[in-house]
Design a protein around this ligand. Sequence first.
Ligand code: S3P
Length: 426
Amino acid sequence: MYKCKFSKRINGEITVPGDKSITHRGIMLGSLAEGKTELKGFLNGADCMSTLSCFEKMGIEHKISGDIITVEGKGLHGLSSPSVTLDTGNSGTTTRLISGILSGQSFSSRLSGDASLNSRPMKRVIEPLSLMGANIVSENGNGCAPLLINPADLKPIHYNSPVASAQVKSAILLAGLYAEGETSVTEPVLSRDHTERMVNGFGGKVVSDNNTATITGLTKLYGQSITIPGDISSAAYFIAAGLLADNGELLINNVNINKTRAGILEVVRMMGGNVSFENKRTVSGEEVSDLLISPSSLKGVTVGKDLMPSLIDEIPVIAVMAAFAEGETVIKDASELRVKESDRIKTITKNLLTLGADIMETEDGMIIRGGKELHGGTIESFDDHRIAMAFSVAGLNIKETVEIDRPDCVNISYPDFYKTLEGLIR
Ligand code: S3P
């Protein structure tokens, strides 16, 4: 149980850990590239370690020294057959992206994760990969992991994805590396584009045109030195904490503000939050800025389809901000939240109700009437890192005791989260 601290003063300067999505992709593309890849500022969280250990089981060596991982790439066809099941832990990104890579290998593999992961939908990658000729099946026939992947010759496809999901898009593009010709994916709304950027950075070829990304297969990738920016999904908790405070000022260094990721900054602007951008720059092909956050009076907003993919992981903390904001916040077109590490529509609603908020669950989101005085209570994390972190921010703003049950799930994406948060309460 974690006992939340109460503080209306948030002050100081922090640097959040490296971006999770970029770390996963750096390990994967580094493994498939020729030669050494250096990832500086990688995320040392459990999800990324799952990716690293899967590639280790396929013969990829790595070295960790301080905040740098060095991966010894073996080329597109250099992976070796794993002698055990590849354990993808709690990580949807590992499972879905690696499925694309494994579909193009000349060996069989089996993927499985924890109970949460093994109940998340994998049909969304099984279907398009099968259209490419992949031999991939759900072991229990329920469209979930464990997945069994057998060797196959892949052919290029054009896929119209029914969901705006970077994991689906990336699985297809990575499989496209193993298909001769052009493989393309069109999404209903553009999702995070780190795979596209990074494949090009490694010497591959992806062309993006609005919501369509097209990869040319069988192009060699070459090892790179990459500096990974801070994860905006991790910065989001501190942005919220700084805005909800009554005094203090918070500088968050080195945050990735790639616009396919930075929807929370747009929402904060609409809510009336004070965030200023300092020292904007481009680092290893990604836009980065330091963010200066000061206390603000927030008002309710409507968040829907167009912004959703760019802030999908930030909905828990946006819901918390909405509970303290004046007026109504409507979150809609967010049914993807039901298939995250927990059913986040349910887990957010349940926990905000515990604290006395006025919130109503809808089929594809929630409606929050903010400004009600909240009280203490015990939050259930449901072992979902983003629920635990979002509700520690709620706890900062509630005088009575707020406790978080099973708080250690923050290790998935932010092992030092509580320590960093407590360092700002002075
Ligand atoms: C991710 C994509 C998103 C996001 C997840 C990371 C990625 O999932 O929620 O945390 O790195 O590609 P979906 O693609 O399923 O929306």
